[in-house]
Design a protein around this ligand. Structure first.
Ligand code: ADE
Ligand code: ZN
Length: 332
């Protein structure tokens, strides 16, 4: 089965590009930009990645992003992830970036987006990988800050397919961002949001009803509401589930306790993703393998999860068909 997981072409729909910053590149960029980081060596970094919840991770993740300064840095970061896509057989990826993490430090929006876009262009040319960019608002900041960010992003609209919502969930409900999502919708952006990662089901209801999102990032708390489960099944609203992340951030105690198999068996449209792979011990294939080794996932379950990822992506119907045909060719 592990061979099959590796061979299957896959889509990734929940990946923070800043979360793909490996310690080796962090050190290289710190040196290149003369930035101090609070680690002596790679070993030291890895020891620090010992999280107790989402916030304990976010503190370290934002500190890590401080080494990203130039367009070349954003290119190198994105290119390193693209090489992981090749290794993991990811043929389509929709990546998140957090502009406010960088603009707050005085980095220009142009610098960030141009480095990412150039690497994604090379990914298409060299490997045929298709991509999209989703800009996330940091929910621990104000809606006014998000509105300013949306305004700034309009100059780069042709590169940005959608907007999302991430960072510290509890205490920062979707209702805080109703106006900015309404504006983003008017501008034609696709809409997604992190909801029900640590937060209760009210965060998911708000994301659906007030923000009008098309995909729920995480959403694993849905299981606590019968009416929500029924609605998610009926409407086939995708959940971008991130197993390694959920274990590392103690949303579930271990892989055997993860509820993805229950969500799948109930008939929800769930997908598997890596979230912040440099921080959560592995890229997409490793997420599949960890689930396969600890839950009773069948070959059909794995194929279903992979097909769901293409069907839940923002690509054209024709491209979905083409990619799903490629999956079927591997499994026949
Ligand atoms: N930013 C990066 N990873 C995140 C996660 N899992 N939840 C919320 N915000 C994030
Ligand atoms: Zn995430």
């Amino acid at each position: 089965m592990i061979k099959l997981i590796e061979k299957l072409p896959k889509a990734e729909l929940h990946l923070h590009i800043e979360g793909s910053l490996e310690p080796e590149l962090m050190f290289e960029l710190a040196k290149r930009n003369n930035i101090k980081i609070p680690y002596k060596n790679i070993e030291d970094v890895k020891n620090a990645y010992n999280f107790t919840n989402l916030q304990s991770f976010l503190d370290i993740y934002y500190a890590g992003a401080n080494v990203l300064i130039t367009k070349q840095d954003f290119y190198d970061l994105t290119w390193a992830y693209i090489l992981k896509c090749v290794e993991n057989n990811i043929i389509h990826t929709e990546i998140f970036f957090d502009p406010q993490t960088h603009t707050q430090r005085g980095i220009a929006f142009e610098t960030i987006i141009s480095g990412i876009v150039e690497a994604l262009k090379d990914a298409k040319e060299k490997f045929g990988i298709t991509t999209a960019i989703i800009m996330c608002f940091l929910r621990h900041l104000s809606q006014d800050d998000a509105l300013k960010t949306l305004e700034e992003a309009l100059a780069y609209k042709k590169y940005i397919l959608g907007v999302g919502l991430d960072s510290s969930e509890i205490g920062n409900p979707p209702s805080k961002f109703e106006q900015v999502f309404k504006k983003a919708k008017e501008q034609g952006f696709r809409l997604v949001a992190h909801a029900g990662e640590e937060g209760d089901v009210s965060y998911i209801f708000e994301a659906l009803d007030l923000l009008d999102i098309q995909r729920i990032d995480h959403g694993v708390q849905s299981i606590k509401s019968d009416s929500l489960m029924k609605r998610l099944k009926k409407e086939q609203i995708p959940l971008t589930v991130c197993p390694n992340s959920n274990i590392e951030l103690k949303v579930f105690e271990n892989y055997a306790q993860h509820n993805i198999k229950e969500l799948l068996d109930y008939g929800l449209n769930v997908t598997i993703n890596s979230d912040d792979p440099a921080y959560f011990k592995g890229y997409l294939n490793q997420n599949f393998i960890n689930l396969y080794e600890n839950l009773d996932l069948s070959k059909d379950d794995i194929i279903q999860l992979v097909k769901n990822s293409f069907n839940s992506s923002f690509i054209s119907e024709d491209l979905k068909k083409e990619y799903i045909k490629r999956v079927e060719e591997i499994v026949k």
